[in-house]
Design a protein around this ligand. Structure first.
Ligand code: ATP
Length: 247
């Protein structure tokens, strides 16, 4: 479903050039949940940004659902297939748009006409009571807001969700709820996930396979069984696993 081959992403050509991602390659199978994990600044989010066109200078190959991506312009078909959920639901929702407007607009943009029925269905899908439909973001908790952001991402019935630290801005008590919701939704909607997190236990809980990143490079791709059995090969992955076990 997702193929990334020899991906390089850089910012600011010339003296200030930052090579944020170097030679990254991995595949994500249809229906799979794949994690990108690594310390802050290792280039995880940059990979998602290159996919969505937010990191304009890149080379290599990115293919999603059989379509190769080029440059940084993404068309309607791309957003029909791929949607993103960001870390901070406070920032990603317009403060003066009600939940109804947020979801209605997303449905309208995707060309749906039965908007009323679909808004209600989306609320049900993400476990939000219908009483929240006409509320504004400031009237919702962080977890409820992230549910709205997830509902918006699902509006166009995408195949792939790119999840960038989707729970790290939330209270610990709410994080598990949202992760379990995402797990259920993947199953129910046959979604494929590419998920970024600096939190190895979160990736271990959510993903079947993962890539460990360090300083812009993927140092190891492993499956979650290897992770659980602490069978990482690369010293940096071993260190990362060691730290998360110690916590
Ligand atoms: N717009 C930009 N201009 C210049 N450098 C950038 C830009 N965006 C990211 N970088 C740099 O690219 C590198 C990778 O950043 P990235 O955000 O992908 O890391 P990350 O692993 O997702 O970390 P975090 O978990 O902190 O978000 C960092 O060194 C960062 O400073």
């Amino acid at each position: 479903m997702i193929k990334v081959e020899n991906l390089n992403v850089w910012f600011d050509d010339g003296y200030d050039r930052v090579d944020a991602v170097r030679g990254a390659s991995f595949n994500v199978n249809q229906g799979e949940s794949f994690g990108l994990v690594g310390e802050s600044g290792s280039g995880k989010s940059t990979i998602l940004r290159a996919m969505t066109g937010l990191a304009p200078t890149w080379s290599g190959r990115i293919e999603i659902d059989g379509l190769a991506l080029h440059g940084h312009k993404r068309n309607r078909d791309f957003y029909k297939t791929v949607q993103m959920v960001f870390q901070d639901p406070y920032a990603s929702l317009h403060p003066r748009h009600s939940v109804d407007q947020v979801l209605g607009e997303a449905l309208h943009l995707q060309g749906f006409r039965d908007i009323d029925t679909r808004v209600v269905k989306l609320l049900d899908d993400v476990g939000l009571d219908r009483k929240f439909r006409f509320r504004y973001p400031h009237q919702l908790s962080g977890g409820q807001r992230q549910r709205v952001a997830i509902a918006r991402a699902l509006a166009g019935e995408p195949k792939v969700l790119l999840l960038d630290e989707p729970t790290s801005a939330l209270d610990v008590s709410v994080q598990a709820e949202i992760l379990n919701l995402l797990t259920d939704l993947r199953e129910e909607h046959g979604l494929t996930y590419l998920m970024v997190s600096h939190d190895l236990p979160v990736i271990g809980h959510m993903c079947e396979r993962l890539a460990v990143m360090k300083s812009g490079e993927i140092v190891e791709v492993m499956d979650v069984t290897q992770l659980r059995q602490m069978q990482a090969k690369h010293p940096y992955s071993q260190e990362l696993i060691g730290v998360s076990v110690a916590h």
